[in-house]
Design a binder for this molecule. Structure first.
Ligand SMILES: [Zn+2]
Length: 106
């Protein structure tokens, strides 16, 4: 067990969260090739180290949050900006996963 720093609720037990996935930049759905879209949907970096991830705080504030987690030690630390993993930024519960997001480049 480890704890995750929720920007809305504070430091909470991981059992209150659902792991959404590794944060990745979504390709433009209007210009992406099928290969780029498949890579976005199915390929993970699976690093042994620090990884920026999205988590859903279902037993708390019901927000998608961004967390930086060390995948070996499960040490966590908050990130300044929510990751772009197809879910809303921290502080927003907009269920627009899968919708085109024109401003997601960074
Ligand atoms: Zn929360």
């Amino acid at each position: 067990m480890f704890r995750i720093p929720c920007p809305h609720c504070g430091l909470r037990n991981v059992s209150e969260f659902r792991h959404v996935g590794e944060a990745r930049t979504r390709p433009d759905p209007h210009t992406a090739t099928p290969e780029q879209w498949r890579a976005y949907l199915y390929e993970q970096r699976n690093v042994a180290g620090w990884s920026v991830e999205s988590w859903y705080h279902g037993s708390g504030c019901r927000q998608y949050i961004g967390v930086e987690r060390h995948t070996v030690t499960n040490e966590t630390r908050p990130i300044a900006r929510a990751p772009e993993s197809g879910h809303a930024a921290a502080g927003s519960a907009s269920p627009d996963a899968g919708a085109p997001d024109a401003d997601s480049a960074s």
